[in-house]
Every structure is written in structure tokens, then in C-alpha cells.
Design a protein around this ligand. Structure first.
Ligand code: FAD
Length: 455
């Protein structure tokens, strides 16, 4: 609860996942909020989602949703995925749990989540939602947004006193900051694109593969994944090079696509009746890592979510980290008060920037893990040994995936601990050839030594 109800109206640009949640947080603190969004209201238009239809929601995201009291509603329409299910080229399945019993990440429909948050924001008397408002330009000096009303095609200027840029990876607000002195900016496109495809529901809406898992077809240089939907279907994503022998460029005809899928994903093909049609109708999405700094301009503009840190999708943490931004900002307002924006913005970017950078690295790390290492028996053995170590040294070894996904440990700390653990495993694994080797006295001695040296 806020200490006092501030008089100024806060402006949020971008009613995506992060902007809507942020508006809810700010309104609950007593602020009046106006939220501008380029698209029409997705609740009216039969939603057109440009990007992944479902997202993996994990602990950081849940905590942020709990903070505004919506976690339970969302959980009811999420599907828990308790592990990875790997599919090899023979169709043989291998399961690897994500964490301990009871731990799961959740497959959640993006559109549903966004609409749910918008409904809640609209129900707040202090939030004013404005759709069809595209920001063309931000004037930082005059503190004005130049907005285009996409319906009337009229442009106008809209003054702001405090502006939150939650307008995603290609943020217009960040565009203005990029023109200021000593603003650091980088963007790196991956040489891979992604294509959304569908595994159909079976008769009566039955799931044709294990429902409570994230399915992975690791193929070394590329991969396909699938997340379950409530209607029995799965949303698949093929992550594939743009160029090369096996690439989007190489698959030009429906026959090329069918032959390729039958060769490399044979167990999936019979479940994908719309494969070739979707392959050519659905756009190929690109993936980018964006880093920048500072995230604020004076004490009147702050970038949040993908606008300040767009990452690759392979750890399922883009939205989760943006949601965590909202909880962190809320916590800082709690500590410093709702009117000391200068301190709050400075603290926010100082705290969050190293974590956002670590998360960007982690996302790239998980790309190689998912496309390549999860299909390797040695890697799966290593995971088993790691869980044996975790069992033997309670509280002293948390697998990296669990630290990122099932904890609130800052990403930078999780990443550093993960790298230390990886180095230990690299020294231990040459002595281990089967799970039983872990109990060999010589191996146990090495493990004890390593754990004694681990901080
Ligand atoms: P966005 O979702 O991009 O929202 C920005 C909003 O601003 C949009 O509504 C847009 O219309 C609006 N806007 C933009 N420009 C303007 C303008 N000029 N004027 C007015 N409005 C504007 N994350 C996870 O946590 N888990 C996952 O499993 C996951 N999977 C992913 C899979 C893929 C293939 C991709 C590409 C991403 C995935 N992500 C995932 C990342 C996640 O989608 C993003 O991190 C998240 O959407 C960021 O939210 P945001 O609100 O910051 O930005």
C-alpha cells in the first residue's frame, strides 16, 4: 500500500506483457497511469499474435504475478511441464526432469496472459488504456510523445512527466535515448530464424505426446521444440539456420520440407498434418540480443523489459525477466518512496543491468545445450551425477537450470555459480563412465576435494 497518493500521471508506452503488468503495479501503489499501445485492443480483434503462441512461465514470473494477485487465475490455464522429453531420430524418447519432484515450468498462452493482464488493468480506476496509439518519436527535452492514432491517422503530441518505455525490443523510447551522449547500444542477430508449426490434437482433444513435458528434438546444428496447449495440440518451434546445407534457404518447396522432416523428425511428421502449408504460410522470425545502457534518462524516463534487454528465447526467460523487473521496481519504490524517482531509477538500472547481461549469456548457453548437448548420453549422465552431488551436499549444489528457473537468485549470481559448477563437472566427468562410478572411493575422494574448495 502506498504511503501517499501521488498527483502526477505516469505514462507507460507499450501494453505488451511487461507494460501491462507494470501499469498494474504502479496503479496499486496509488499512481494514475496512462498506457499507450500501438495495436488495437487484442480483446476485441480476435487476437493476432505475431510471436510464439505459448510461453514458458517460471518462478520469477510467478512471483511478479503473485504481487498483483493474478497468479492463481493464470495457473489454472497453464500446463505444468515437469521435464524435458528428448526425441532422437529413431523416435526414441529420453526424459530429464527439470528440477525436484513438484517443480515445473508452465506452458501459458501468450494471448490469454496478455488479455488477462489487460482486463485487470482496465478494472483499476487509476489506469487509462489507449489502443491504436503508435509512438513515432519521443522528444526527451520537451518531454513529449509524438503519437499517431492508427485509426484516424491523426498525429498529435502528448506531454509526459514520467515515461516508462515498455515498447519491446525495437523500442521507440530507446530510439530517443540512443541519440543522447554516451549511450551504449548493441544488437546481435542470431544466424538462425524460427518457424512456428503445429502438432495436432488427437481425437477428442487428446494429447498425442506426453502432455506434461517440453519436447525437444535436438539435432546438433538446429532443433525443434514443442509446448503443450490446453486443446490437446502442441505449439512447435523449429530453430533453424537461415543459410547452409540444412537451412531455410535449402527448403524451397513443400516436397523439400516433407522430405527433410521425414528424415530428421520422423516421429513428429505423422502428428503434423498441416506441416508443409504452415511452413510456407508462417513467417520466419528472427532473434536478436539487444544490450544498452543507461536505461534511464534523468529521472523522467525508464526502459523496462525487452526495451532494455532483449534476449534469445532459449532459456524461456525473456518475459520472466521483464516481469522480475516489475517486482524489483516495486520493491525499490517500497524502499525509497513513490516520489524519489531519481534514486529508484538509478538503483534499478544498477541492480538490474548485470543481471540482464548474465541472462543474455545464459540464453545463448542454453541454445547450445538444447540443440546439441541434451541429445548426448554423456551430458545426460553428467546431469544425473550433478543431481547425486546435490543430494549428497544439501544446500551446497543447486543445478544452474534450477537457479535460473526455480529460484530468485539474481541471474548474475546464478550464472557465476553455474560456471563454477561446470568447471568442477569438467574435472570430474573424465573419471565417471556410469552412474555407479559415482560411488567409487576414488571418485568420492575427488568429489570431496572439489566440494571442500568450492566457495
Ligand atoms: P513486447 O512483448 O514486445 O511488448 C511491447 C509492446 O509495445 C507491444 O504490445 C507493442 O505493440 C508495443 N509497441 C511497440 N512499439 C510501439 C510504439 N512505437 N508505440 C506504441 N506501442 C508500441 N519469454 C519467456 O519468459 N518464456 C518463453 O518461453 C519465451 N519464449 C519466447 C519464444 C520466442 C520465439 C520469442 C521471440 C520470445 C520468447 N520469449 C519468452 C520472450 C518474450 O516474448 C519477451 O521477453 C516478452 O514478450 C517481452 O515483453 P515486453 O512487454 O517487454 O515486450
Amino acid at each position: 500500500t502506498p504511503s501517499h497518493a501521488p498527483a502526477e500521471t505516469l505514462t507507460v508506452l507499450g501494453a505488451g506483457l511487461v507494460g501491462t503488468l507494470l501499469s498494474l503495479y504502479l496503479a496499486r501503489r496509488g499512481h494514475a497511469v496512462q498506457l499507450f499501445e500501438r495495436r488495437p485492443d487484442p480483446r476485441l480483434e480476435g487476437s493476432q499474435e505475431g510471436r510464439s503462441i505459448n510461453l514458458a512461465l517460471s518462478d520469477r514470473g510467478w512471483r511478479a504475478l503473485e504481487g498483483v494477485g493474478v497468479a492463481d487465475d493464470i495457473r489454472q490455464v497453464g500446463i505444468p511441464m515437469t521435464g524435458r522429453m528428448m526425441h532422437d531420430t529413431q523416435g526414441t524418447l529420453t526424459r530429464q526432469p527439470y528440477g525436484e519432484a513438484g517443480q515445473a515450468i508452465y506452458s501459458v498462452n501468450r494471448g490469454h496472459l496478455n488479455r488477462c493482464l489487460l482486463d485487470l488493468a482496465e478494472a483499476q480506476p487509476r489506469v487509462r488504456l489507449r489502443f491504436g496509439q503508435q509512438c513515432l518519436r519521443t522528444d526527451l527535452r520537451k518531454q513529449e510523445l509524438h503519437l499517431l492514432d492508427t485509426e484516424t491517422q491523426q498525429t498529435r503530441t502528448e506531454p509526459y512527466t514520467r515515461l516508462f518505455g515498455t515498447d519491446g525490443a525495437f523500442s521507440a523510447v530507446r530510439g530517443a535515448l540512443q541519440k543522447t551522449d554516451r549511450f551504449d547500444y548493441s544488437q546481435d542477430f542470431l544466424e538462425y530464424g524460427y518457424k512456428e508449426l503445429t502438432i495436432a490434437a488427437g481425437p477428442g482433444g487428446a494429447w498425442q505426446m506426453e502432455k506434461n513435458a517440453l519436447h525437444i528434438w535436438p539435432r546438433g546444428q538446429y532443433l525443434m521444440i514443442a509446448l503443450p496447449n490446453l486443446d490437446g495440440s502442441f505449439n512447435c518451434t523449429l530453430f533453424f539456420p537461415y543459410e547452409g546445407a540444412e537451412s531455410f534457404a535449402a527448403l524451397q518447396t513443400p516436397a523439400d520440407v516433407a522430405a527433410f522432416f521425414e528424415r530428421v523428425f520422423p516421429d513428429a511428421v505423422p502428428l503434423m498434418p498441416t506441416l508443409t502449408q504452415e511452413f510456407f504460410e508462417h513467417p520466419t522470425g528472427s532473434m536478436v540480443t539487444i544490450k544498452c545502457f543507461p536505461w534511464k534518462y534523468d529521472d523522467d524516463v525508464l526502459l523496462i523489459g525487452d526495451a532494455s534487454h532483449a534476449i534469445l528465447p532459449f532459456y524461456g526467460q525473456g518475459m520472466n525477466s521483464g516481469f522480475e523487473d516489475c517486482s524489483v521496481l516495486n520493491q525499490l519504490l517500497e524502499e525509497h518512496g513513490d516520489d524519489d524517482w531519481a534514486t529508484v531509477f538509478t538503483e534499478f538500472q544498477t541492480q538490474r543491468k548485470p543481471n540482464a547481461d548474465a541472462m543474455a549469456d545464459l540464453a545463448l548457453y542454453n541454445f547450445t545445450e538444447m540443440r546439441d548437448r541434451v541429445g548426448d548420453p554423456r551430458f545426460l549422465l553428467q546431469k544425473k551425477i550433478e543431481s547425486r552431488i546435490a543430494g549428497q551436499f544439501p544446500g551446497r549444489w543447486t543445478p544452474l537450470y534450477s537457479q535460473v528457473t526455480f529460484s530468485h537468485t539474481p541471474y548474475a549470481e546464478a550464472w557465476a555459480a553455474g560456471q563454477t559448477q561446470d568447471a568442477i563437472m569438467a574435472r570430474l566427468m573424465p573419471h565417471i563412465h556410469t552412474e555407479a562410478d559415482f560411488d567409487q572411493p576414488a571418485v568420492q575422494e575427488l568429489v570431496q576435494q572439489e566440494m571442500a574448495n568450492k566457495r
